[in-house]
Ligand binder design. Structure first.
Ligand code: ADP
Ligand code: MG
Length: 688
């Protein structure tokens, strides 16, 4: 039978499975032979380490080779409990063995026979004990002991031995017949092992080194398929027909602005304009550091869409941000004859209905909102452009959902999370990327200091001084309320304390994510209008909030935040003409923490910071990869596999540059495999 046919074969027909168990296996998404092969162990149990009984330590898992030293005994202390005990020896010492409710043991252990016992050691009194050990005759061992065994995720009714048995039989079935989709030259160059070897050794490795080899190859393959797949999706969306917007003179809008565009903003808008005027549908990501002026670039695109006779939607992750965008864009747009409405989850039902009606009838031009915009009953009469701000809060799927609302509207996503290129290819491989790589002129770099508690009084005096000069300050805490378990400053606790004590006399507000949204908004509004001097908050203010008069950002327990996040928080100040300051309270003495604080004090460049953070912590921590709506990996792990990802990206580049998929026979299998994968997985991933 050709390998393909075998791979798609139902596991029902595998030895020892049958209808009933197949049904149980299906709960683990195991249907076919191929599913079993890629059902990777979550960890391994190394049963190869053979120990003398004198050497075993409390808590370790190991094997011993020993024989009975006395009769096996059995007791029944309770109705449902049967305890079987044996004492064994390897000549060096004695070991007690205990089994619970496994009475068949009594008859299967023979006097004078050597066995290998494997289990976890527990010290009970003076003696070492193994509980529920598995065992095999020493001369015929090799199934349960003396090897490395895989540990799989399970479901009710399925044991490790069931899955192990299944995998073993599946491997026997495909033994040597799997075709390698990776071209030979590629495997040579990157020292990747052969596919049959890989599957055998990922499930039943001969050694942990074999397992690592196998894993490397399988990770490589998975990442390669993903990257090529994303490129394909990008290609497909490039072919998607979108709206061909006419050229619209931008002067009226530009004249209404209190500043002129930076070169970087103009360059990015030119790219957007070109996309919008082309037949193809725009799928563009704008990256720009905090304060680089993304909003106005989005406004220009929206202006263009509306003047061309379409509607626009501007979607943001929080109500506060939606409201701020609304407040800054509404006066600008209405002076240019464009109607703007706000739509958020917290609005009254009646108001929402009215906004939705205006949107559906086409009477309203631009809709600014939160996820509520995604609700199914928000309709548009002629949606031409969708902008999403702070993209890292939206998954690919949500983008896809929004984009089907109109007739293939153009799509612009904006993010302030500077993403190193390596990772942005994984996260946004399906988007074209523009970067606003300069800040508006006249911005003074934010002076940043990392301090410990000994400076606390000075910091509060500093805040007083700045407030005295008419400025405002933020104090960000990692927690909302005091916690027994976590030793960190809470917003509620700190606000209460400084109101009565250190900052007595100043107007101190409190805002956090557990508040009702109406409450949050009124506090935020009070800060924006200057009715509050100091805002104590959690990270709810992280995204996008714009209060140019605020010049001091104090971050409590800064060691608990990611650098990208610290940078984002710091970006809340330095937005006006006054010199701004960021003070990081670092409560950790670890050297990594000190290094991270130092990066913050030395650099104001989000890209530099996130590269460094990536080096120090790995991508999962830095960006919360799950949020990005990426497909779940079967084996790759971006925390661990950054190196492999880098080599894969090199390979992908070469494949594309040399057009290897079409032109080279070595790559035919890879290409076929990709076509298969696209049909399944990228249907949901791509934006159509
Ligand atoms: P972000 O990229 O973080 O979203 P914003 O769009 O909120 O940044 O812009 C930050 C601030 O800079 C706003 O107050 C905005 O009015 C101002 N700004 C934007 N572009 C310019 C420019 N070209 N010159 C001067 N100020 C600008
Ligand atoms: Mg913004």
């Amino acid at each position: 039978m050709p390998a393909d046919t075998v791979l798609n074969q139902s596991i029902k027909y595998i030895k020892g499975v049958g209808e009933v168990r197949a049904k149980l296996f299906s709960k683990l998404s195991l249907f076919t032979v191929s599913d079993c092969l890629t059902f990777f162990p979550r960890e391994y149990e190394d049963r190869t380490a053979l120990k003398r009984i004198t050497e075993v330590a409390d808590g370790e898992e190991c094997s011993v080779r020993a024989a009975l030293a006395s009769e096996v005994t059995e007791s029944r202390p309770r109705k449902n409990l049967r305890i079987t005990k044996a004492l064994v020896t390897d000549g060096s010492s004695f070991l007690s063995l205990t089994w619970f409710n496994q009475s068949y043991i009594k008859n299967s252990l023979l006097n004078g026979q050597e066995y290998i016992f494997f289990g976890r050691i527990k010290r009970t009194g003076m003696r070492m004990e193994m509980q529920n050990p598995v065992f095999e005759k020493a001369e015929s061992q090799g199934k349960q002991t003396g090897r490395i065994l895989p540990v799989y995720p399970l479901t009710k009714g399925i044991t490790q031995n069931h899955v192990r048995g299944l995998t073993e039989n599946v491997l026997r079935l495909v033994n040597g017949k799997l075709e390698d989709i990776l071209p030979l030259p590629l495997k040579r160059e990157h020292k990747l092992c052969e596919i049959n070897f890989s599957y055998e050794n990922i499930h039943f490795p001969k050694s942990l080194a074999h397992m690592e080899e196998a894993r490397k190859r399988l990770v490589f393959e998975e990442l390669l398929l993903l990257q090529l797949g994303l490129l394909h999706a990008k290609g497909a969306s490039a072919e998607q027909t979108g709206i061909r917007f006419p050229h619209i003179p931008m002067e009226p809008l530009l004249k209404a602005l209190p500043f002129s565009l930076t070169g970087a903003q103009q360059k990015v808008f030119d790219e957007i304009e070109k996309d919008m005027e082309a037949q193809k549908r725009m799928n563009r990501l704008i990256q720009g550091d905090v304060g680089s002026g993304k909003t106005i670039v989005a406004a220009m695109a929206l202006y263009k869409a509306v003047k061309a006779g379409y509607q626009g939607a501007f979607m943001v992750p929080t109500e506060i941000l939606a409201e701020q965008h609304y407040q800054s864009l509404e006066p600008l747009f209405s002076s240019l004859g464009i109607s703007v409405r706000l739509l958020t989850g917290g609005m009254k039902k009646k108001e929402k209905e009215e906004v939705k009606r205006l949107s559906e009838s086409g009477e309203n031009d631009v809709l600014i909102g939160t996820h509520a915009v995604l609700e199914d009953d928000t309709l548009f009469s002629k949606l031409g452009l969708v902008v999403t701000d702070e993209q890292h809060r939206f998954g690919v799927r949500q983008r896809a959902r929004l984009s089907i609302k109109g007739d293939n509207p153009d799509l612009l996503v904006m993010t302030a999370t500077p993403i190193p290129r390596t990772l942005s290819l994984v996260l946004y491989g399906d988007l074209d990327v523009s970067v606003i790589d300069a800040l508006p002129p006249g911005r003074k770099p934010i002076e940043t200091y990392a301090v410990d508690n000994s400076k606390r009084e000075r910091i509060y005096n500093f805040i007083r001084k700045k407030v005295g000069e008419g400025r405002q300050a933020y104090i960000v805490c990692p927690l909302v309320e005091e916690s027994e378990e976590i030793e960190a400053e809470s917003a509620e606790g700190l606000a209460e304390k400084i109101r009565d004590d250190e900052l007595k006399g100043l107007r101190v507000g409190l805002i956090h994510g557990k508040m009702k949204s109406s409450e949050k908004e009124s506090i935020m509004r009070a800060f924006v209008t200057g009715e509050l001097d100091v805002l104590v908050s959690t990270t709810v203010i992280e995204v996008g909030v714009n209060v140019p008069n605020a010049t001091v950002m104090v971050i409590e327990n800064a060691e608990r935040f990611g650098l990208a996040q610290l940078h984002q928080l710091r970006g809340r100040v330095g937005r006006g003409s006054h010199q701004s300051y960021c003070i990081l309270f670092n409560q950790s003495k670890s050297s990594i923490s000190r290094q991270r604080m130092e990066i913050m004090t030395k650099s104001n460049d989000g890209f530099v910071i996130s590269e460094k953070d990536l080096e120090l912590r790995g991508p999962g921590d830095v960006f919360g990869v799950r949020q990005h709506g990426l497909p779940e990996f079967k084996i790759a792990n971006l925390y661990r596999d950054m190196e492999i990802l880098r080599s894969v990206q090199g390979v992908v580049k070469e494949i594309v540059d040399k057009n290897l998929l079409d032109g080279n026979a070595d790559y035919k299998r890879l290409k076929d495999r990709l076509n298969e994968v696209f049909q399944q997985r990228f249907k949901e991933l791509s934006l159509n």
